[in-house]
Design a protein around this ligand. Structure first.
Ligand code: SF4
Ligand code: SF4
Length: 235
């Protein structure tokens, strides 16, 4: 029958309206902002940069300033300046880092492409949506200090995704440590081998050159060759 859906919808609304006076469970609205509705794990707002620790966010940023996210961002709202020097990352590998990393969140369209393309799991999508500012330029242009949030925060807002990332990075770190251990062992073995060869050569040279004895001395009365050439005859 025409309009059945509308009647059903109105009946549900009326039932919730009346029921909410008796049963809080039937309340379909909340007193925002005092109350917050739960947000799904995969909800995303704006990007943030991951630091390994909350105590030293600038010293432990994962970002290595490769600028892939800057190139891939559709509205081009990321601006990065890479460092001239390097510092060790979480694996102890020397890496560049961003001296400037800005995101203009007034332009960002929350597509999440920056987080998808980052090869270092350095940039992830946040869930903070209450970002109103009185100045559209200085208030919504976020620098690296404002963008940095700890890995613990990432685990808090996206537990399953963060667990997968942490597990993968831990495996990478273990592989890097194992590789470094094998390389160090190979280097030590090569050094030991070189020392052994040098010692063998020295012993061989000592055996081939016996100490000077009587046979090495010229016979008595024999002319002795002078090391100094005679002066040229004058004409
Ligand atoms: S979420 Fe999309 S628009 Fe926003 S900074 Fe990342 S790539 Fe750019
Ligand atoms: S956030 Fe990721 S993709 Fe962007 S510059 Fe840093 S390391 Fe590269």
């Amino acid at each position: 029958m025409l309009g059945t859906g509308i009647i059903k919808g109105l009946a549900t609304t009326a039932k919730n309206f009346v029921g909410s006076f008796h049963d809080p469970e039937r309340m379909t609205t909340i007193q925002y902002p005092e109350e917050q509705a739960p947000i799904g794990e995969h909800y995303r707002s704006f990007p943030f940069l991951i630091s390994e620790t909350a105590e030293d966010p600038m010293g432990t940023l994962r970002c290595v300033a490769c600028q892939i996210c800057e190139k891939e961002c559709p509205p081009q709202c990321i601006y990065i300046v890479k460092s001239k020097d390097k510092k060790p990352d979480a694996n102890g590998k020397q890496q560049l880092y961003p001296v400037i990393f800005d995101i203009d969140t007034s332009v960002c369209m929350s597509c999440g492409i920056c987080a998808e393309v980052c090869p270092f799991d350095s940039i992830k999508m946040d869930k903070v949506f209450e970002v109103a500012a009185t100045d559209r330029f200085s208030g919504l242009l976020l620098d690296r200090e404002q963008l940095a949030k700890s890995n613990a925060y990432y685990n808090q807002i996206r537990p399953s995704e963060a667990l997968e990332v942490d597990t993968r990075l831990a495996a990478d770190r273990k592989a890097a440590e194992e590789k470094a251990r094998v390389a160090a062992a190979a280097k030590a073995a090569a050094a030991a081998k070189a020392a052994e060869v040098a010692a063998a050569k020295a012993a061989e040279a000592a055996t081939a050159k016996p100490a000077a004895g009587p046979s090495d001395q010229p016979p008595a009365g024999a002319p002795v060759a002078s090391a100094t050439p005679p002066p040229p005859a004058s004409s």
